[in-house]
Design a protein around this ligand. Structure first.
Ligand code: SF4
Length: 236
């Protein structure tokens, strides 16, 4: 076990019962301008951004603008950015949707969503994160079976930086209690049975009572993740 793994293990033990604000404060003090928050403005992200605005205002916030977001999402991004005075950077793909259609055919997402996500999400984010030593995500353990072992701090081997999930131990209920208590804006599509919200071609409403919170994503495909949150070099 190398020193980095030992340090991460110790931090995870220390942070398992910590408040997310304490994790964010540690991250901001440890990495300074080398820290970025990555968010798609979903509920956990909104909570994270609100906490960040109190703990470390001015921290860089990256969001992926694939060019294929819902109008409700674009409106929410503008509203939260203004309300919390975010230092927001909109990360965009190399190609517009039209350029991608010309190069790869129309509606690539319907034929090859992995390639589409690689072009419009993972590659642009990898490039954007190249300049940062650490990044904050909104992953929670209760979001899906593939996320149930999410550590609070881990080594992102792909991007060679530290990945931090301050709300990993929170539940969906805790997130919504926080949003309501602080009267924070949220995506109104959640009130129309969209549990998670990504690009409009790949996101659908789900039946009432659906337990799998990612069931509405990439319906008709085995795909459940866009590829941003690949397994990393974490060990515990
Ligand atoms: S979520 Fe769908 S539209 Fe968005 S990048 Fe991935 S495949 Fe393309």
């Amino acid at each position: 076990m190398n020193q980095l793994t030992t340090d991460l293990n110790q931090l995870n033990v220390q942070f398992e019962d910590a408040y997310p604000q304490d994790v964010l404060r540690w991250a901001a003090e440890s990495y300074g301008s080398g820290l970025a928050v990555v968010t798609s403005f979903q509920p956990t992200g909104i909570v994270t951004l609100h906490m960040l605005s109190e703990v470390a205002p001015g921290t860089t916030v990256l969001t992926l603008d694939t060019g294929l977001l819902f109008p409700e999402t674009y409106a929410l991004i503008d509203e939260v950015t203004a309300k919390l005075n975010l230092n927001l950077v909109r990360v965009q793909p190399e190609q517009t949707v039209e350029q991608q259609a010309a190069a790869h055919g129309a509606e690539l997402w319907a034929r090859n969503p992995d390639q589409c996500c690689a072009l419009r999400k993972t590659a642009p984010l990898d490039n954007a994160l190249g300049g940062y030593s650490a990044w904050v995500t909104g992953l929670r353990r209760d979001q899906s079976s593939s996320r149930k072992t999410t550590p609070i701090v881990s080594w992102d081997a792909k991007r060679e930086n530290v990945k931090i999930s301050p709300l990993a131990t929170w539940t969906e209920e805790m997130v919504w209690i926080y949003i309501r208590a602080h009267e924070l804006p949220y995506n109104t599509l959640h009130d129309q049975n969209y549990p998670t919200i990504g690009c409009f071609p790949c996101t659908q409403a789900v039946a009432a009572g659906e337990q799998d919170k990612r069931a509405g994503r990439w319906m008709g495909h085995v795909k459940t993740e866009c590829g941003i949150h690949v397994q990393t070099g974490w060990s515990a």
